[in-house]
Ligand binder design. Sequence first.
Ligand code: FBP
Length: 548
Amino acid sequence: MKKSALQKARAAYQPKLPIVLTGPVKAVEGKPTESVADQAEIKALFPNTYGLPELKFEKNANPTAGRPINVGVILSGGQAPGGHNVISGLFDGIKKIHRDSRLYGFLMGPGGLVDHKYMELTAPIINEYRNTGGFDIIGSGRTKLETKEQFDKGLEILRELDIKALVIIGGDDSNTNAAILAEYYKEIGAGVQVIGCPKTIDGDLKNSQIETSFGFDTATKVYSEVIGNIQRDCNSAKKYWHFIKLMGRSASHIALECALQTQPNICIISEEVEAKNLSLDDVVANIANTVAARAENGDNFGIVLIPEGLIEFIPAIKSLIRELNDVLAEHPDLATKSADEIFAFIKANLSADNAATLASLPEKVARQLCLDRDPHGNVQVSLIETEKLLSEMVAKKLDEMAKDGKFNGKFSALHHFFGYEGRCADPSNFDADYCYALGFNATCLINSGVTGYMSSVRNLTKPSVQWVAGGIPITMMMNMERRNGAMKPVIQKALVDLDGAPFKKFASQRDDWAVNTCYVYPGPIQYFGPAEVCDQPSLTLKYEHQGK
Ligand code: FBP
């Protein structure tokens, strides 16, 4: 395979491990844990893996000789920079336990386990992928692992390959399924440990134990580079308003981080829209007022950042989606009908308020809300063109304002969506180190004999050698939520905390950014050079840690 000069140089990068993981470790147990909410229900659903203690690794002065172990690995869900380094860390970790250990990758996501599609990951393969972006080493997929039949089918191949531990690299839904799988294998005495790793560019798999999910750092740096470039173009030509939608299915962490890095004129935070009970018209009016205020200064240009999940956080639309989910769950037979039939059925079966909200949306958006779902039942927000929806509505609003003498400028909009551009970027030094440590640490959890844990590496704003390694019981992160019409145990998603330091920092400066032009141009990720240029964590992490 032909390689670029950067690829060749980057292949030689040696990720920095936390100092504690550079030698033999022992797991030190903390106190037994409780789930974050709904303790009685979660305990009843996870009798074998509930209440386990947090684990922290410390140096072990008296290590025992390791035995060969076969481990399986799955990449689940959306790509995130650094997945290959989790797998390299895992590979190096099991080889350190014993050189005859083997690593098997299940192909194209959890479906590979069920369908028995796998490959052995050997040193030459792993070496091709060190420090590279993408999930192409084994591929990824969104098959939901949830039924006993799937678990049993998976166990057949795990037994055949003598795999004693399975590492699932995924977001909140995939790690929820990892916990359910761990519980089931423990209950039936399958002898297979299940360990999760926190992945998602969305940054919403985090809590008091997991400081960040991997991939967020690199993806937001890539988007911020491009936003900065657009800002400079915008400030040079001074004639366009750029409406930029940013990935992040639900939470607005990506938009917030990019705003902190680039200081755009407007950044919408979905969680704030919900908290203030804003309507779509309110959001539009706020943007139009800023456009008008800038026009008064002669600035007929600007930047609007829009989180991908916005539409789901507008209270009226949220209520509509909830009812849509229930209608779809109550009528599984709809799956066999045509799109037009489903749409007509839904429209006829909604409550009056929600039907009115559906009718107020452009037909294309209304259809997307009703019809396009991923295997977890999520609305596929990345398909909804909110950036165009908003700019069209802003243009209309400005026409009205112009008639009332409240806008006397020009408004010409361009649209962008940044998501897939950042998901497979070569991991930043932060993600390269973090991911390698997560994978290596997962082998320490396996070696400790535990199951139902998530690999945890903390203290992330310090140099990587000072990071703290351990394991967090996944049940600790769970609560009960309504999914597809029924209450289910799931890992609680971390939304933007409006009382948290990153949002407060943004809120304290945004009025200035709105009217004045205060753009920052972060430039591309740097892999080589001084630590202050190459090794900085995200601003979200930095402010969260400062706030502690
Ligand atoms: P994960 O939660 O699986 O990490 O995926 C996140 C994400 O990148 C979202 O930001 C986006 O909405 C979604 O995946 C897109 O999904 P797909 O890759 O299936 O188009």
